[in-house]
Design a protein around this ligand. Structure first.
Ligand code: TEU
Ligand code: CA
Length: 542
């Protein structure tokens, strides 16, 4: 198993570093920052899509799978990036969006022009079902001036592909192999658990129709075929499936090594604990007991059944975790370290989203016109149409918009946070003079805490390989777990609140050593008084 001691760093190329000053981040910007990433100690960089795209969904609407969009650079620059990253021991992980293409893709255009072969690349029906698009509205759109409708689970410019057609699968496998042959060492598979659709599609008013297309048994067959035909021939390649509304049961199947599907999976249940009645576009405090229950059940069941989780608090679709789970006004630094330790010492592969390692927070935009993402613009209209005032709707967008994490990386305190000399495509966050890489490296200690956590995963097999047991399950403030392998045991306790809490330490751990702490704690006894947002890990060798 080659991936268990690895750490992945996610880069949103549009917002990382703009080297030609057109307001959009580029491949050259990523290349220039390789030394920064190597110093942090990450093994792989996952890049969000940089392929030609009309950018209706920021690159997840692809019009050409095997080219580089000129706004990000050239294929030669991509090849250089792969090679240079390799000299630092860093692999490149690409985002594969195989569920849908942009309606500007040649396949869809040919289909629209009446080509029967290409019409069978899409999901066309005479009657739409009642399924709801994940970006709002019905999931079907009129197919040109015909009597048919095409399915789009996301934006109406993102047409779902027909995986039942073997020719479609063959084309998509060629896409993966194209990038594999360029030396790519990882694939992140976008919404891969919704690719399998039935021949006959049924209405289902419950839960927006999700059960009709999510985690269908045939999806496992498709993944096995994808594995065989593409990345399966190279053991060093890491794959991660992004799973929409999935189940533990299915994620065990997706990742058990002998099934040869994927290395690991992202699920999002733990990031829905601040949704009121399961609805994203609401504003409410997070439910800690629910969060804990999810982390424990996924941690334990994946551990007991040899599944493997991708571990993360942030990505390009989520507001910053610091704003969601931490009293960021008073404890940003302590909270950032606690959240980091809670996943980096956990069982699974940790992912760091750019800026997380310096404790970046949401941009705190003042106006609706600062937001650009299609999902939040639709949501705003929807909230407004359903009776919310402009102010109420804005407050919700402000807490939930995906733009929160997509703002430019904060490099220093100069204009545009050192991201670009020009106005960026999405405004810089308000906090950049206080929170930026330059300042963090000079005087902060979140970054060095991340470095230490990454190093620990490489040093101790109990962290990379050990199994997972929940601890202190009833505690209403602390998330704790025990890791164990043949060499050692580690107890990790995390205080999720800005108030102190005393917890008991199991007897055997009282003779252990403090592995890492965000309060420089060294002494141990039968209980420990946890400070606000304290994290503490105790190591006990066997
Ligand atoms: O996201 C899939 C997905 O369902 C979400 O995380 C979604 O953005 C969120 O739930 C909306 O509330 C992936 C990509 O990460 C996302 O950026 C794309 O927009 C989406 O697929 C479509 O390709
Ligand atoms: Ca640029």
């Amino acid at each position: 198993m080659t991936f268990k001691d690895k750490v992945v760093y996610q880069i949103y190329p549009k917002s990382f570093l703009d080297t030609n000053n057109d307001g959009v981040g580029d491949l050259e910007g990523i290349r220039q920052k390789l030394p920064y990433l190597a110093d942090l100690g990450v093994d792989m960089i996952w890049m969000n899509p940089f392929y030609p795209s009309p950018q209706k969904d920021n690159g997840y609407d692809i019009s050409d799978y095997t080219a580089v969009d000129a706004r990000f650079g050239t294929m030669a620059e991509f090849e250089k990036l792969v090679q240079e990253a390799q000299t630092y021991g860093i692999g490149i992980m690409l985002d594969m969006v195989l569920n849908h293409v942009s309606i500007e893709h040649e396949w869809f255009q040919k289909a629209l022009a009446g080509d029967k072969k290409y019409q069978d690349y899409f999901i066309l029906r005479d009657e739409p079902t009642d399924w709801v698009s994940k970006f709002g509205g019905n999931a079907w759109e009129k197919f040109g001036d015909t009597d048919k409708y095409y399915l789009h689970l996301f934006d109406k410019t993102q047409a779902d592909l027909n995986w039942r057609n073997p020719q479609v699968r063959k084309e998509l496998f060629e896409v993966v192999n194209f990038w594999k042959n360029k030396g790519v060492k990882g694939f992140r598979l976008d919404v891969i658990n919704v690719i399998g659709k039935d021949e006959i599609l049924q209405n289902n008013s419950e839960n927006e129709g999700k059960a009709e297309y999510t985690d269908k048994p045939i999806t496992h067959d498709y993944l096995q075929e994808l594995n065989r035909q593409t990345f399966g021939s190279d053991e060093s390649i890491i794959t991660v499936g992004e799973m929409s509304s999935t189940s533990i049961e299915n994620c065990i199947l997706y990742t058990q090594p002998e099934r040869k599907e994927l290395s690991m999976v992202f699920n999002f249940h733990h990031l829905k604990v601040d949704y009121e009645d399961g609805q994203k576009w609401t504003k409410t405090d997070f439910d800690f007991m629910k969060l804990k229950e999810l982390l424990h059940s996924w941690g334990k069941e994946m551990s007991d059944n040899s599944g493997w989780n991708a571990l993360f608090w942030n990505n390009h679709d989520q507001p910053r975790a610091l704003n969601r789970f931490i009293d960021v006004e008073n404890y940003r630094v302590e909270g950032a370290k606690m959240l980091a330790a809670a996943i980096h010492l956990n069982r699974g592969t940790p992912y760091i989203y750019m800026g997380e390692e310096i404790g970046m927070i949401d941009p705190d935009f003042a106006r609706m016109d600062n937001y650009v993402d299609v999902e939040c613009l639709n949501a705003f209209d929807n909230l407004f149409a359903n009776g919310k005032s402009h102010e109420e709707a804005f407050e919700i967008v402000k807490t939930k918009s995906r733009d929160n994490s997509r703002v430019p990386m904060q490099w220093d305190d100069s204009t545009n946070a050192g991201f670009s000399q020009t106005a960026p495509w999405l405004s810089v966050g308000k906090s950049y003079k206080e929170i930026n890489v330059k300042k963090e490296l000079a005087q902060g200690d979140i970054h060095s805490f991340y470095k230490k956590l990454i190093a620990l995963r490489k040093q101790y097999s109990v962290i990379s390989e050990g199994d997972y047991q929940p601890y202190l399950e009833a505690d209403e403030q602390v998330y704790a777990y025990i890791r164990e392998d043949s060499t050692a045991k580690v107890l990790v306790v995390n205080n999720f609140y800005g108030k102190e809490r005393t917890v008991s330490i199991p007897k055997e751990f009282r003779t252990g050593n403090v592995l890492i702490s965000n309060y420089n704690k060294k002494e141990l006894s039968s209980t420990v008084d946890l400070a606000p947002y304290e994290t503490l890990a105790i190591y006990l060798g066997k």
